[in-house]
Design a protein around this ligand. Structure first.
Ligand code: CP3
Length: 348
């Protein structure tokens, strides 16, 4: 059998600006704890990072949702925090507690961070990309990803998840040269990481900026737009033609300058973005992706059906990829995901 050309993959066609009907569909965190088969593999790993660094297991959990649902894209199973780990920061995931990092707060904390071990430490992730590239169905695209510099920096400075980002903002606002060094390091590390993913078979990239919405306009320009623009430029110079999806979650009206200034090919819309506005303002410039509320997928029933139909009817006249506004939650009933994909595939 001959390989179909990449352009016959619906997901990649949509990223090139085509209004594909029915729109391609994948879901953020489509591999994860809501699937019993994920929990089974997860239980055999020696912690979450060990799962990310075990190519056989990471490949298996990436493929699980494809087998069940036939999504149009697979996303590499890894985490945004493997980059700080590869830079030399101590990172652990405690069961039920989320990530825990040795905080980077002072100039001296930067001494331990270096690009030199990155390729070696992340080799298992590149191996997973290679295995996936050979294993996914011919019409399915393979997405690589990284956290955007701002969001990864919040975890590095806070030492884990945060609600108000006081330590990170204190550094960004009060010591912008020092914080700028961290952001520059993350641009370099992420560029290297993403280019290696492409070289091992990733066909598109997504940049997760989960906490982009925490910054005021001028700081957003400096710490979200500018580093993303440089990262996209680096990727496109090194490997032309690889589409990049940006996800500046919570950015509201700042989605527009983000789209105009970063050079991304697509944006993932969070649940709060008004769709009529996005179709009118953003879709003429980039492909849209999104934005079903992940909790609708828990609620199910008629509410889920009408939410799906509403998104499809507003967004699918232009280039569009069906997705959630944020990742699937662990309490999601797997049968509701089946219902979602069935509804999207039936759209005409
Ligand atoms: O299926 C996929 O989408 C691919 C894998 C993926 C994971 N994390 C696996 C994961 C992706 C793309 C991510 C991105 C990620 N990781 C983000 C950005 C997207 C977002 O959700 O905002 C962020 C902020 C992280 C950091 C992170 N990883 C946190 C805060 C946590 C703990 C919270 C939680 O959900 O448990 C993780 C752990 C994590 N990453 C899990 C998975 C499947 C659950 C851990 C487990 O199985 O024990």
């Amino acid at each position: 059998m001959t390989e179909p050309s990449p352009s016959s993959k619906p997901f990649l066609r949509a990223l090139k600006g085509e209004a594909v009907v029915p729109p391609p569909c994948w879901l953020m965190r489509q591999a994860g704890r809501y699937l019993p088969e994920y929990r089974q593999v997860r239980a055999t790993a020696n912690g979450f990072l060990d799962l990310c660094y075990s190519p056989g297991k990471a490949t298996e959990v990436t493929l699980q949702p494809l087998r069940r649902y036939g999504f149009d894209a697979a996303i590499l199973f890894s985490d945004i925090l493997v980059v700080p780990h590869a830079l030399g920061q101590a990172v652990t995931f405690r069961e039920g507690e989320g990530p825990c990092l040795e905080p980077v707060r002072l100039a001296k904390d930067f001494a331990g961070l270096t690009l030199s071990g990155l390729q070696g430490r992340l080799r298992p992730v590149f191996e997973t990309v290679k295995l996936l590239s050979a294993a996914i169905p011919p019409s399915t695209a393979l997405i690589g990803f990284a956290g955007a510099p701002w969001t990864v920096a919040t975890y590095m400075v806070e030492g884990g998840s945060s609600k108000d980002f006081v330590e990170t903002k204190k550094m960004a606002y009060g010591q912008p040269e020092l914080f700028g060094r961290l952001i520059d390091l993350l641009v370099d590390a992420s560029a290297e990481y993403l280019i290696a993913q492409i070289d091992n078979g990733a066909e598109a990239l997504q940049l997760f900026d989960s906490w982009a919405g925490a910054l005021p306009e001028d700081q957003f320009a400096r710490w979200v737009i500018e580093p993303t623009r440089r990262l996209v430029e680096r990727i496109k110079q090194a490997r032309p033609g690889i589409p990049v999806i940006g996800f500046p979650r919570g950015a509201g009206a700042l989605y527009l300058p983000f789209v105009e200034q970063t050079g991304v090919d697509a944006v993932s819309l969070d649940t709060g973005i008004p769709l009529d506005w996005a179709v009118k303002t953003l879709q003429p410039k980039v492909t849209l992706q999104g934005n079903l509320d992940p909790v609708m997928l828990i609620a199910g029933g008629a509410a889920l059906d009408s939410a799906i139909e509403r998104i499809l009817s507003i967004c699918s006249k232009g280039p569009f990829i069906f997705n959630l506004g944020h990742g699937i939650l662990p309490s999601t009933p797997p049968e509701n995901v089946a219902r979602l994909i069935e509804k999207v595939k039936a759209w005409s």
